[in-house]
Design a protein around this ligand. Structure first.
Ligand code: ADQ
Length: 460
């Protein structure tokens, strides 16, 4: 039986409930094999030498957690610079926000090399390695250069944009070539997979061998779409636990005379928040019966606050909320409750359950787990309606949601109105199909599908 080695930028202790669905799901497999979880420690060492960092190893139950510190210079270039200043915006189709400054790429390579070097010292010959996300694209290539022959898989949690957008990254050839060091590359959606297939054939001269296998640079890589899911059972259990029930009861009482619309996300420009607030204002103008009767609760948790683009977004949202509340608010009714904070995970399902409509309207999203959590938390006898952006990876699976184009403010407002007025029978029928879908394709299914495709023979 092979040992599973998971590598991701951040490492979570799978025993802690706060770690969330993904950590718990990966933790199951890691636990069963006495696996290893490797990544950044979260520590930034002021004055530390670039390309160096101390390795910490600790045992968390059956799982070994191995983490590496980063120097301030590496953190700035690898994490804030290249990962979140170049790859995150470009992969979300936002060339206008990308910072192609020189210097970041060196730090990105350096940290990937550092991680590969530290991991090499911990590897056993038959370990199966699963590397996650855009921070670590070249890590397998670095491992191969150090003589690693283990099977290595990669999963991209964010979208892969079309060839012409990818090609704007000055190092795109190098980046995409690095994917050929993997045995398996997984994407969230068929759309992302199509972009990969087109890119490698057009730009890298790859030969398509059938079965989503591609040959280039003397290596063959298999690609696939593996849409990530949530732990539906865990989320249902959370929904029925005391904290979520308390939240539900309190909100139900507080908003007894109003229909609640809900948005929950990290504050990020990919999530379409300004468009959503404008859409809500349009809804009030176009369908004035919602004045005094509908309230939008928008929760945006702080994220990457040390980056300028995020501060700009924060200010824009505050001003949009202020304008709508000022224009439409009454002494006893505010149209928008905007909260710039995290909601405790165990209370979140109560909030989802009390909402009549969820607005999940990113401009671009790899998958979007909030959409799936909302479905899991509903009362099947009286479910809320999911309004979902067609540009979220989740839209490929959740066809029974009301799909919208979030750039189309007027059209989205019309769809929200339809959601608010949807008869019970239709709500139930749609919810039933959506729930079936997220149950069949839950996070355990995702992990098994990926690991099977990678040829992993342990307890997935
Ligand atoms: P994210 O961009 O973070 O993830 P998402 O998939 O929606 O987006 O996951 C967010 C998680 O954080 C959810 O579990 C949600 O409950 C929680 N969360 C968000 N805002 C919160 C708040 N204010 N308070 C409490 N909890 C909050 C990236 C990609 C996605 C992809 C996931 C998983 O961008 O497209 O679906 O990884 O692959």
């Amino acid at each position: 039986m092979s040992r599973l080695v998971v590598v991701s930028n951040r490492v979570a202790d799978p025993r802690k409930a706060a770690a969330g669905g993904l950590a718990v799901a990966l933790g199951d497999s890691l636990n069963a094999t006495g696996g290893l979880w490797f990544g950044w420690s979260g520590n930034v060492i002021e004055g530390g030498a670039a390309g160096e960092g101390e390795l910490h190893v600790q045992q968390a139950g059956n799982v070994k957690l191995a983490t590496v510190d980063l120097s301030a210079e590496d953190h700035a270039g690898y994490y804030l610079g290249y990962s979140n200043g170049v790859l995150w915006p470009v992969f979300h189709y936002r060339l206008d926000l990308a910072r192609f400054d020189t210097g970041f790429i060196e730090a990105y390579r350096r940290v990937n090399r550092l991680f590969a070097h530290k991991l090499m010292s911990l590897l056993q010959p038959d370990d199966i390695i699963w590397i996650h996300d855009y921070h670590l694209i070249p890590m397998a290539a670095e491992l191969r250069a150090m003589g690693c022959n283990n099977r290595i898989g990669f999963f991209l949690h964010i979208p892969l944009p079309p060839q012409q957008i990818l090609a704007a990254i000055p190092q795109h050839e190098w980046l995409m070539r690095a994917l050929f060091a993997y045995d398996l590359v997984g994407f969230q959606s068929e759309n992302d997979l199509l972009h990969f297939s087109r890119y490698v054939q057009a730009e890298a001269g790859a030969v398509a061998l059938g079965g989503n296998r591609f040959r280039a640079f003397h290596r063959t890589v298999r690609a696939g779409a593996f849409p990530i899911g949530i732990d539906v059972d865990e989320f249902a259990a959370l929904t029925h636990a005391q904290d979520a029930r308390d939240m539900y009861e309190r909100m139900k009482e507080e908003y007894s005379r109003r229909k609640l619309l809900l948005g929950v996300e990290r504050l990020d420009y990919s999530k379409g928040l300004p468009q959503r607030l404008k859409t809500f204002e349009t809804l009030l103008k176009k369908y004035p019966e919602n004045i005094r009767s509908a309230t939008l609760i928008q929760i945006a948790s702080p994220s990457r606050e040390d980056m300028g683009t995020y501060t700009d977004l924060l200010q824009e949202l505050e001003s949009l909320c202020g304008a709508t509340n000022g224009n439409f608010g009454e002494l006893d009714w505010m149209p928008i409750r905007y909260i710039h904070r995290n909601v405790a995970r165990k209370r979140l399902p109560g909030l989802y359950r009390v909402a009549r409509v969820a607005l999940v309207t990113p401009l671009r999203d790899g998958m979007n787990l909030v959409a799936k959590e909302f479905i899991a938390a509903q009362d099947p006898a009286d479910p809320g309606v999911l309004v979902l952006s067609r540009f979220a990876g989740a839209a490929e699976q959740l066809e029974d949601a009301l799909l919208v184009n979030p750039y189309d403010i007027d059209g989205t407002a019309d769809t929200i109105q339809r959601a608010l007025q949807m008869p019970l029978e239709e709500r139930q029928a749609r919810h039933q199909k959506l729930l079936k879908n997220i149950r069949e394709h839950d996070v355990h299914w995702w992990r098994r599908e990926f690991l099977n495709a990678l040829g992993y023979e342990g307890p997935a």
